[in-house]
Design a protein. Structure first.
Length: 111
């Protein structure tokens, strides 16, 4: 379980879930994280991606970081989010309409 602070976003509340997407500015080295209802999409094939690099446009790289749930909101609007894994991730992907993004189990765990 990975946790990170994102925002500020005054619309986030404890319990909110979404796709954690990072926009990385290659010119300044700054990053912004967003909790969205849709996953990051690759910039060439326009395919949704749960995790990984999706492409760069105007020196802004887009990366998917899975799905996360808000577990705490600070007074200044920043939110502490925790990554979703396992059955919780599968249920969230189903709820958001992207069950095909569930990572496949490694062969050793599939049995």
């Amino acid at each position: 379980m990975t946790m990170r602070w994102i925002g500020p976003d005054p619309l986030l509340a404890v319990g909110d879930m979404g796709f954690l997407v990072e926009n990385y500015n290659e010119s300044t080295g700054g990053s912004q994280f967003f909790l969205r209802d849709t996953p990051a999409y690759t910039n060439r094939s326009h395919e949704p991606r749960l995790s990984g690099w999706c492409g760069t446009w105007n020196n802004i790289g887009t990366h998917g970081h899975g799905m996360a749930r808000v577990i705490r909101v600070a007074r200044n609007g920043r939110a502490l989010v925790s990554s979703l894994e396992g059955a919780e991730l599968a249920a969230a992907l189903e709820e958001f309409g992207y069950p095909e993004l569930m990572p496949a189990k490694p062969a050793a765990q599939a049995a």
